[in-house]
Design a protein around this ligand. Structure first.
Ligand SMILES: Cc1cc2nc3c(=O)[nH]c(=O)nc-3n(C[C@H](O)[C@H](O)[C@H](O)COP(=O)(O)OP(=O)(O)OC[C@H]3O[C@@H](n4cnc5c(N)ncnc54)[C@H](O)[C@@H]3O)c2cc1C
Length: 550
């Protein structure tokens, strides 16, 4: 059965395709559960788990792509039907191919594929993902110079507009200089963002925040990242992580003391979990915290190396995961979370001492992108921390791992927003470039293949947004239940940011490789996104996979 190449886009067809995706994913999940003994033996079927986890993420994103369009229509906005239908169909096509690759391992036979995708549905799939439709989307993106964001309702639209204004005026003019010279982030960014309340968007009002919710936080992050991922878009991540850990496990006194300071930007945070020998296996953290008394004050001494602590130089405090019980058999249960004060220090290296003999040294590791924040290797020697800086105090002993993981869920959602902002910036720069660059006597944006590439960039960005916004709304409802969805949003949106920035670079030709064109910065910035806040394979296996298969 063939489909007309430019048959009109139908949301109904996209919904039917989602149903087909579901009838393939359901048995795949069921068999993966059996293979992994309900997630207990994921390591014996890692590839299958990864495929199923990603396919499930794609199907969820397809549903959210349609739901976002429907919500906009319900509010009387200009529903992005083409983007939504193409986005959903593209995700279903991808998950079908993905599962086909492990069909034998999952015992998904040809009859099952045929049943899920009969000829009529395969024709719909081909029609919706046809190059003619994708090119049409690309032409729209070029004409709009990449400004294809879905409309939002009242307050959220105001948030987006006002942050955009701030980011374009205050951040964007400095972004390239900060990146090229790996400068410190200007203090004015922090001061102004604090005054505008950007650090308190998910902090309850009773603790000095604005409580506009997770979607407002995501939109703020997105706009800041559109101007500069490292210069501004990532400033909110660390306060978000510590905020969530405090709200979940801090004492009332700790919440009252720290949250207003986080909301105002008075206290900037570094998150110190990773160690030179400990990355994904967070439960194996070795850095020790030993009970101590300094000048009559009860507390802890921190001892050991840490790695990749972003913003550790400028930060006033480090949210640090340390082993409070030396028994290694306790694993995650021997870890506690501390708020470790230090002096803010400019530049790429620092050394600080305490009157009681404590010493803290930090040295930034040079990186191709994500510059400005600087990510430090740290060495703690007898660094004293008062007892009331243990999150949850006595009740928080041994709970650090769980509090940290709760904080990471917020960090992952925020990173979904960072990825969308970076992809948006790439789409805009690329749309402008292909409209202005002429080769063989025509703007390169007039060529079919360029239009197709821009169309794919736009539809991929729509997918990333739909899933990230859905995760933000779900986090508002129930943070714990929505944690796997936040991980899925991070997983998909970060992959999309890498893909979209690289496609944008290719569309710039040689100039895409020149430092003076921002697309080259977007590319190197994007490549870090699938690495931190849970490196991609670990997110797939141990967060998304485990949640789906348990
Ligand atoms: C620029 C930057 C900033 C960062 N900022 C911070 C920060 O502020 N605070 C902080 O604490 N950390 C930070 N990190 C660290 C980051 O979170 C870690 O790099 C990440 O968690 C992965 O740990 P790792 O690098 O030790 O890799 P490893 O855990 O050694 O993993 C290496 C590779 O092996 C794979 N792998 C590992 N275990 C398994 C397994 N069981 N099965 C299959 N594959 C596996 C991983 O997926 C990965 O691909 C930052 C990193 C970077 C690059």
């Amino acid at each position: 059965m063939t489909a007309p190449k430019d048959a009109p886009v139908s949301l109904e067809d996209a919904r039917a395709l989602m149903g087909a995706g579901e009838s393939l994913l359901s048995p795949a999940l069921e068999r993966a559960r059996a293979l992994t003994r309900s997630g207990a033996a994921i390591d014996e079927a890692q590839v299958v788990t990864e495929r199923v986890a990603y396919a499930a993420t794609e199907l969820r994103a397809a549903g959210e792509a349609l739901a976002l369009c429907e919500a906009i229509a319900a509010e009387g906005g200009a529903a992005p039907e083409t983007a939504a239908a193409l986005a959903a169909a593209d995700l279903v096509a991808s998950l079908r191919t993905r599962l086909e690759g492990v069909a034998d391992e999952l015992a998904l036979d040809d009859a099952l594929f045929e049943h899920a995708f009969p000829a009529a549905l395969r024709a719909k799939l081909r029609a919706l993902t046809s190059e003619a439709h994708v090119r049409a989307l690309g032409r729209e993106a070029i004409a709009a110079r990449g400004r294809t964001e879905p409309p939002l309702d009242g307050t959220l639209e105001q948030v987006r507009t006002s942050v955009r204004e701030f980011a374009e005026k205050e951040v964007a003019p400095h972004a390239e200089r900060i990146h090229r010279h790996d400068e410190d982030i200007p203090e004015s960014f922090i001061t102004k963002m604090g005054e505008l309340g950007y650090f308190g968007l998910s902090i309850p009002e009773q603790y000095g925040g604005h409580e506009l919710g997770n979607l407002a936080m995501v939109l703020t992050t997105e706009e800041l990242s559109r101007a500069s991922l490292a210069g501004a878009g990532s400033l909110i991540t660390r306060p978000e992580i510590l905020t969530k850990a405090l709200l979940q496990g801090g004492t009332e006194a700790q919440k009252r003391f720290w949250l207003p300071k986080l909301a105002s930007g008075e206290v900037m945070v570094g998150v110190s979990v990773t160690e030179p020998d400990v990355g994904s296996d967070v439960a194996a953290v070795k850095c020790r915290a030993v009970r101590a008394n300094e000048g009559g004050l009860e507390g802890w001494r921190i001892q050991g190396p840490k790695a990749w602590c972003t913003f550790a130089g400028r930060a006033n405090v480090l949210a640090l995961l340390a082993r409070t019980d030396p028994d290694p058999r306790l694993g995650a249960k021997g870890l506690s979370l501390f708020i470790v004060p230090k002096e803010p220090a400019p530049g790429h290296a620092f050394e600080q001492t305490q009157p009681g003999g404590g010493r803290l040294v930090g040295k930034a590791d040079a990186t191709p992108g994500y510059r400005g924040m600087h990510s430090f290797t740290l060495g703690f020697e007898n660094w004293f921390v008062p007892a009331d800086h243990l999150v949850g105090e006595a009740g928080g002993l041994g709970k650090g791992f769980y509090l940290q993981m709760g904080g990471f869920a917020a960090g992952r959602l925020q990173t979904g927003g960072r990825a969308c902002g970076l992809a948006q910036a790439a789409l805009e720069e690329t749309a402008k470039y292909v409209a202005g660059r002429t080769q063989f006597g025509r703007p390169i944006g007039d060529y079919q293949l360029t239009q197709y590439t821009l169309g794919r960039m736009a539809l991929r960005l729509y997918q990333a947004r739909a899933l990230t916004y859905a995760a933000a709304r779900a986090m508002d409802e129930d943070e714990r239940a929505a944690a796997p969805l936040a991980a899925q949003a991070k997983l998909l949106a970060c992959d999309i940011a890498v893909e979209v920035t690289q496609q944008g670079q290719l569309m710039h030709g040689g100039w895409g490789y020149a430092e003076e064109y921002p697309i080259s910065r977007y590319v190197v910035d994007a490549t870090v996104l699938p690495i931190f806040e849970g490196v991609k394979p670990i997110l797939e296996l141990k967060v998304v996979g485990r949640a789906l298969l348990a």
